[in-house]
Write a protein that binds this ligand. Structure first.
Ligand SMILES: Nc1ncnc2c1ncn2[C@@H]1O[C@H](COP(=O)(O)OP(=O)(O)OP(=O)(O)O)[C@@H](O)[C@H]1O
Length: 225
């Protein structure tokens, strides 16, 4: 399979919090290769480096990866429709984008309504995103990622605010819409069920990296200790 991404001796640090404080090493990976077509789940407890890794992978694939951040990062004053449409700004001219802000064209209305329906937010398209619940905001961010229409998905806890049934269905939808995916998840059973490879991060290091079918329950448990 074609190599999509490769990290070698990847050490990423954040500045120390106070004056004279040492840098904090957040990611320390000797080697990581992601192949095209893989569905990779990144597991690890809070602070293990999942977001740092996802953001770094995103920098390696500019213009190639759809991005679904942990914080939905919606523009609160804009309608749900426009927040979703913002996923496609790079595909259109400034004139088309501006016109669509004022008077959305029927073609874009139809495209976005079709995208929003399976996410259960088609009846919210003309509400300001500030008025949405956390789960509705998260589904809007998912729709925006889908509307980027790229073949790679990088997503950071995309279904964390959804209930189990809806989270599973929407994660499946996201995976089906992209040829390759790397997704940080806190729900290990969901990762094992829907992804084909599991990366376990602890303290910024790879604790394991294996096919989902080989993932060991004890190793997964150790991630969270
Ligand atoms: N902007 C920042 N400045 C300083 N340290 C940071 C910053 N962002 C993250 N860190 C630190 O880097 C480490 C990894 O953080 P990261 O956000 O990647 O973890 P995570 O696994 O995504 O956590 P969570 O599940 O809570 O989102 C943590 O120790 C965190 O405190």
């Amino acid at each position: 399979m074609t190599v999509l991404l490769e990290l070698e001796q990847c050490r990423l640090s954040y500045p120390g919090q106070g004056r004279g404080e040492p840098e904090q090493l957040a990611l320390n990976i000797d080697h990581l290769r992601i192949r095209a077509g893989e569905r990779v789940a990144v597991l690890g407890k809070s602070g293990s480096g999942k977001s740092t890794l996802l953001r770094h992978l995103r920098r390696q694939l500019p213009q190639r990866a759809s991005w679904c951040p942990q914080d939905p990062s919606l523009v609160p004053q804009l309608k749900v429709f426009h927040n979703i449409f913002s996923g496609a700004l790079a595909r259109h001219s400034a004139l088309v984008n501006l016109r669509n802000l004022l008077l959305p064209a029927p073609r874009f209305r139809e495209e976005i309504a079709a995208l929003a329906a399976p996410l259960g937010i088609d009846d919210l398209l003309w509400r300001k995103s500030a008025e949405l619940s956390g789960g509705q905001q998260q589904r809007t961010a998912i729709a925006r990622a889908l509307y980027q229409r790229r073949d790679v998905l990088l997503a950071d806890e995309p279904v964390s605010a959804l209930d189990r049934v809806q989270g599973r269905a929407i994660l499946q939808l996201l995976l089906n819409a992209h040829h390759s995916s790397v997704i940080a998840l806190h729900n290990a059973p969901l990762a094992l069920e829907l992804c084909d490879r599991i990366i376990g991060l602890k303290g910024g290091q790879l604790l394991f990296d294996c096919p989902a079918s080989d993932a060991d329950a004890d190793a997964i448990q150790r991630l969270y200790q």
